[in-house]
Design a protein around this ligand. Structure first.
Ligand SMILES: [Zn+2]
Length: 270
């Protein structure tokens, strides 16, 4: 059995094929897909998806690329909105996120970019506090700023989080694992690309109980689906699993079972 731990059914072309994508998950023996919020509005959409489909669980959170353009004065109001969703929808909301740091999608204007970086930090810490208060695990987005991310994570005191769409090196992975026993990393279709040798190296070295799989659909179509698909869908997590089987020593059934258990425990799924 499998779990797609991170996707966005409500984005891009995929939003027009949701029932189909859900059917594919059932056919391929998935027990859950976790739908990830990136703003107050999309977090509500994720919760509605969880109401509609029993296979869906939701997260609520504000993505750094959204947070960078929201003045920090808005933090109390939006944190209150997230907290209300967490409290009202306890059985559906399994995570807080995705939150974090992104230096790839910043403004070209240097001064504006500095303001955006500072806002990302403020929003990250406000949401990390909320996660601790509500005792929720956290999904972390990080791109092009590993040091800022490590500093933020260490300072936050968060213990239970996953670095989603892992695209850093082994040194970064080790530092993440050192933060607490409960940290994890999660691989997308990026793992399957021939150029992703650094990520593949990490997937070989990482203890099996520290990893999860996801798609980040509709983004990142895995290599083996590129010729047939125009968008990525949650069931393509299977391609990530197959790549892990290729890279690792353990048997496919051990890998499948451990990945599933890792996610069930992490999200306290039932
Ligand atoms: Zn995502």
């Amino acid at each position: 059995m499998f779990i797609d731990t991170h996707s966005h059914l409500y984005l891009g072309e995929l939003q027009h094929h949701i029932p189909e994508a859900i059917n594919h998950l059932r056919e391929k023996n998935f027990s859950h897909t976790i739908q990830i919020g990136t703003s107050v509005e999309t977090s509500e959409i994720c919760i509605n998806l969880a109401h509609t489909y029993d296979i869906v669980r939701a997260t609520v959170g504000i993505h750094p690329c959204e947070a960078q353009d929201i003045p920090v004065e808005k933090i109390p109001e939006q944190i209150a909105a997230l907290e209300k969703m967490i409290q009202d929808e306890k059985s559906y909301v399994v995570w807080l996120g995705e939150i974090g740091f992104d230096h790839y999608h910043l403004s070209k204007d240097k001064n504006e970019a500095e303001i955006q970086k500072a806002r990302q930090i403020e929003w990250f810490h406000a949401q990390a506090e909320l996660a601790k208060k509500c005792d929720l695990p956290v999904v972390i987005h990080t791109r092009n700023c590993p040091d800022i991310t490590l500093t933020g994570l260490r300072k936050s005191g968060l213990q239970k989080f996953v670095i989603h769409c892992f695209s850093e090196n082994w040194d970064f992975a080790e530092k993440i694992f050192a933060i607490s026993e409960e940290t994890k990393i999660s691989f997308t279709g990026m793992l399957t690309y021939p150029r992703s040798t650094i990520i593949q190296e990490v997937a070989k070295k990482t203890p099996l109980n520290r990893m999860m799989i996801e798609t980040d659909a509709p983004f990142l179509i895995p290599e083996d689906k590129k010729s047939e698909a125009s968008y990525c869908e949650p069931a393509y997590s299977l391609s990530v699993y197959k790549k892990l089987c290729e890279l690792r020593e353990e048997s496919p059934s051990t890998i499948e079972e451990t990945l599933w258990k890792n996610s069930v425990h992490f999200f306290s799924l039932s």
